[in-house]
Design a protein around this ligand. Structure first.
Ligand SMILES: CC(C)(COP(=O)(O)OP(=O)(O)OC[C@H]1O[C@@H](n2cnc3c(N)ncnc32)[C@H](O)[C@@H]1OP(=O)(O)O)[C@@H](O)C(=O)NCCC(=O)NCCS
Length: 170
């Protein structure tokens, strides 16, 4: 299978924050942002694999900044590493200043998607070839995150998590 670059799966979704999507502080409801990120990540995984893709896990979410009502929010997702049948998707969330248009990073998240066939069975995906320094950095750390996610899900024994062990012993 031909290796693909992160830019081939990059997915950018821009939308407003409406009153029905906010919490009592008039900021974007966390679950609404999770859904927007899941949609963008799903499209990204599909663009990389050209398969049906399902969310396998949400590995990390950081709600660093509240997103106020009326904000223009951009969710940007791209595959950061492809394994055999799974893909890590890195999502950056930006808000846009109403007057200057300047973008500020508000949140980020990391999701894992799995490509499946019509019966729901995991199926192989193309490898990923990172290009930029940031893409290479995210690619390098992705195996560690995969192992952590599998250990937390009870799908890998901690003793088998070589990357995690290296993190604590080096
Ligand atoms: C995701 C799913 C296809 C995985 O099936 P499975 O039987 O565990 O399959 P496997 O054990 O072969 O795992 C498939 C891949 O997913 C990865 N994976 C599974 N669970 C994972 C987790 N919690 N974190 C990270 N990766 C995970 C495996 O490491 C494997 O990756 P690889 O092939 O790239 O090495 C299956 O659990 C599923 O269909 N879940 C429901 C998905 C869904 O409906 N999502 C929407 C929620 S509403």
């Amino acid at each position: 299978m031909r290796a693909k670059t992160p830019s081939e799966s990059r997915t950018v979704m821009t939308d407003l924050v409406l009153p029905s999507e906010t919490n009592p502080l008039n900021n974007l409801f966390g679950g609404e942002l999770l859904a927007r990120m899941d949609r963008a990540a799903s499209i990204s995984a599909r663009r990389h694999s050209r398969r049906i893709t399902v969310t396998a896990s949400v590995n990390h979410v950081a709600f660093n900044r509240a997103v106020p009502l009326g904000s223009v929010v951009t969710v940007e997702a791209a595959v950061s590493r492809a394994f055999k049948t799974s893909m890590e998707i890195f999502i950056d969330v930006w808000i846009e200043d109403r007057f200057t248009g300047e973008r500020t990073k508000a949140n980020e998240a990391i999701y894992t998607f799995v490509a499946v066939d019509d019966t729901g069975k995991p199926t192989e995906v193309p490898p990923l070839e990172p290009e930029t320094d940031l893409e290479k950095e995210r690619f390098a750390a992705a195996l560690r995150r995969k192992q952590l996610s599998l250990v937390l899900a009870g799908k890998m024994k901690p003793a088998e998590a070589t990357e995690l062990k290296a993190l604590f012993t080096s």
